[in-house]
Design a protein around this ligand. Sequence first.
Ligand code: HEC
Ligand code: HEC
Ligand code: HEC
Ligand code: HEC
Ligand code: HEC
Ligand code: HEC
Ligand code: HEC
Ligand code: HEC
Ligand code: HEC
Ligand code: HEC
Ligand code: HEC
Ligand code: HEC
Ligand code: HEC
Length: 395
Amino acid sequence: MTTEGDKLVRPGYMSGMLLISLLLVLWLTGCSRNTRHELLTFFFDGVPPLDAGKNSSVTVDSSAGMVSLAADTASQAVPVWFFHPSKKEGQKECATCHDQRQSFRLFSDNESLCISCHEQGQQSDGAHSPAEDGDCTACHDPHGTRNRYLLDATGLELCGQCHDAEDIRPPEAKSVHQPLADGTCQSCHDPHDSANENLLLATPEELCSQCHKAGEFYPEQAVSVHSPVEDGECMECHSAHTAANEKLLVAMPGALCFQCHDEEEFEPEEAEAIHSPVEDGECLECHGAHAGRQESLIKGPPAQTCFSCHDQEEIQPADETVTLHSPVEDDDCVACHDPHNSQHEYLLTEKQPALCFTCHDEDLLEDDTHADQAQETCSSCHNPHFSAQEYLMRQ
Ligand code: HEC
Ligand code: HEC
Ligand code: HEC
Ligand code: HEC
Ligand code: HEC
Ligand code: HEC
Ligand code: HEC
Ligand code: HEC
Ligand code: HEC
Ligand code: HEC
Ligand code: HEC
Ligand code: HEC
Ligand code: HEC
């Protein structure tokens, strides 16, 4: 484009001048609409088709550097045309870049023309390659376009001229980030240059929180916050563009969780029992991914978390004729059960009677009732959760 630009302008200065003068004369004298359109399209890419402006009138607001096709009927859409603003007030727009006394040539070659006034792409090591090369017209049309900032196109259409659009937004993606779908690439990337990697407007740790506020992705009452969330490592779990999983997740829980947590710790091969939701990767049935209302990222009150699947009436009945075992009353299920897996039946943290002796005195075994029971399962006589009898007796 750049070398071509030089060629285009230099050899034919006289004929260029003639054409320009002709254009201006015709414009001023008000030649037929068709002729004017032909001339305009000769000089400029993207001149709106004639029928687009049917029943409309062209208004030029040179101070705003803008031409609009105002429709006569309010119901019609009004396409807006943007031109490069004048260098100085009152000066003809073309003279910003073309020397009107010198055969309409450009003031300088393409690579340095724009940056003689603009600074883009010249700052850091992180410059976007086309901007750094002064190839401004790869994205901007200096003669005006329908898009803001004189852009040739917007979103993926603009960037897709050089980047593989299917790489950035694979058609089969299950979730697409809203700003990507909207084509507002510049809400995350600086098209010219950036001190951050990948031309990002902020560091990866700060980028997401520009739009997502903490309260939006974890409860205000959070007691525990997941360490990677606290550190802004959102992209350990989410993709910024698209993902093959819902919610832009790079993997589904538990595979997602096992990227950082040791799978062997949760689903050990030698375990007697693995809690069914753990086996099914349903970590988020109990944990918040970002934060929890309880310690250990637990989503809800501890026992309630269990009762989303287990029948509360069978473990912690709200019946006044019944006595709850003290730790059950305290919702402390994990005093006896491991929520993930266990070497013992019923996901118990310890085998009985050792389990019971984490709280009760072993001297108990010396009393008359228990003397012969040492090797027995305590829960064969006592209900570990509740009972309508004294001493939590089963009957
Ligand atoms: C912001 C700078 C800028 C302004 C303002 C500008 N031009 Fe250009 N013009 C260029 C550049 C750069 C080229 C080289 C071709 C290219 O890269 O698009 C060019 C090329 C041209 C050409 C050669 C043919 C072509 O399309 O490549 C014509 C004719 C032309 N301009 C006419 C005009 C007219 C008429 C105006 C005023 C209405 C104008 N230009 C305003 C920058 C400008
Ligand atoms: C003689 C100085 C000068 C040159 C040369 C020049 N510009 Fe500009 N440009 C300006 C001024 C002044 C403005 C308006 C103030 C601003 O936004 O910085 C402007 C504004 C712009 C804008 C913003 C338009 C908008 O809608 O806000 C773009 C994009 C732009 N120029 C691109 C270019 C490109 C591309 C070139 C080279 C082909 C170029 N300019 C060459 C002075 C210049
Ligand atoms: C890869 C495409 C691309 C290239 C190359 C590019 N720009 Fe831009 N430019 C954009 C986009 C996209 C925007 C709109 C940014 C936004 O919406 O915030 C923009 C906005 C601008 C603006 C107006 C807003 C601002 O940041 O001041 C100016 C002026 C501008 N560009 C000048 C240039 C100049 C000069 C060059 C060459 C050194 C250049 N651009 C190269 C894509 C590009
Ligand atoms: C004129 C061609 C062109 C256009 C248009 C273009 N790019 Fe680029 N872009 C490049 C080149 C060349 C590279 C460097 C290639 C590389 O290192 O892999 C690059 C690299 C990048 C990078 C990676 C930078 C890095 O540090 O590795 C990002 C991000 C990027 N472009 C975003 C965009 C966005 C967003 C747009 C649209 C506003 C866009 N590009 C439009 C040519 C282009
Ligand atoms: C929500 C923020 C966000 C939006 C919106 C966004 N990007 Fe990105 N983009 C990123 C981040 C973050 C990276 C860093 C790569 C990574 O780790 O995923 C990146 C990387 C890139 C890269 C370089 C790496 C690669 O995948 O080739 C290109 C090119 C790119 N983006 C283009 C685009 C284009 C084009 C758009 C608009 C259609 C866009 N981006 C919209 C955040 C965003
Ligand atoms: C420019 C603003 C913006 C930035 C920056 C941004 N997002 Fe978003 N994000 C949105 C919008 C808008 C939505 C859709 C509305 C909503 O669901 O809240 C969204 C939705 C999401 C969703 C839900 C997707 C779904 O399918 O329901 C996730 C996850 C997400 N963003 C993660 C991120 C991450 C991670 C980052 C940083 C890489 C990030 N966002 C940066 C604007 C942004
Ligand atoms: C440890 C992995 C992980 C990290 C780190 C993480 N997220 Fe998430 N995020 C998830 C999971 C899993 C979901 C889906 C939650 C669900 O379905 O309950 C999600 C959902 C979301 C949603 C959609 C919420 C909704 O209700 O639709 C947004 C927005 C979001 N995350 C933003 C972020 C942001 C911003 C960060 C960084 C501050 C971040 N996430 C860090 C795993 C993570
Ligand atoms: C990017 C790495 C990473 C991923 C992915 C990840 N975690 Fe974590 N998680 C950590 C780190 C780091 C800690 C804190 C250090 C520790 O205690 O091991 C932590 C701690 C935890 C804790 C204990 C929190 C506390 O306050 O004690 C739970 C529960 C947890 N993660 C669950 C999950 C779940 C569920 C998933 C999948 C949705 C997941 N993690 C995915 C890195 C990760
Ligand atoms: C049935 C509910 C439940 C499920 C399902 C569950 N957890 Fe937990 N998790 C808990 C509870 C309760 C704690 C607190 C244990 C404690 O305080 O002793 C915990 C603690 C943790 C901890 C911190 C302490 C430790 O043991 O390292 C991590 C990390 C963790 N869980 C990860 C996961 C992962 C990963 C998954 C999915 C593979 C998962 N959890 C599934 C209930 C659950
Ligand atoms: C997402 C649903 C779900 C949640 C939440 C859940 N469980 Fe389970 N739990 C199951 C399923 C399914 C089974 C296996 C089917 C069965 O035997 O009833 C099971 C079995 C058990 C068993 C019996 C194991 C055996 O060997 O018979 C215990 C004990 C248990 N869960 C305790 C808990 C505790 C304590 C909590 C809260 C920390 C909890 N569960 C939360 C679904 C859940
Ligand atoms: C004092 C220790 C202890 C506490 C605290 C405890 N359990 Fe248990 N739980 C057991 C024992 C022992 C068994 C085996 C029952 C048997 O042998 O009949 C069991 C069995 C279970 C079972 C499977 C059999 C059944 O009865 O359905 C579930 C589910 C269960 N407990 C859930 C819970 C929940 C939920 C909590 C918290 C509200 C809890 N447990 C608190 C000791 C305890
Ligand atoms: C986390 C601690 C803890 C564990 C583990 C525990 N208990 Fe208890 N238990 C208590 C507390 C506290 C009380 C009420 C105070 C007391 O009377 O000692 C209690 C009360 C009892 C009572 C009724 C005493 C009375 O006077 O009514 C029996 C029976 C009992 N436990 C049996 C068991 C059995 C059997 C086990 C093992 C399956 C067990 N406990 C495990 C803490 C525990
Ligand atoms: C054969 C039935 C039976 C077995 C098995 C049994 N107990 Fe008991 N336990 C009783 C009876 C009956 C009482 C009523 C008080 C008494 O007679 O001493 C009792 C009372 C208790 C008390 C309350 C005693 C006090 O002094 O407050 C505790 C605590 C207790 N048992 C714990 C256990 C533990 C721990 C085990 C397992 C090692 C166990 N029991 C096994 C029948 C049993």
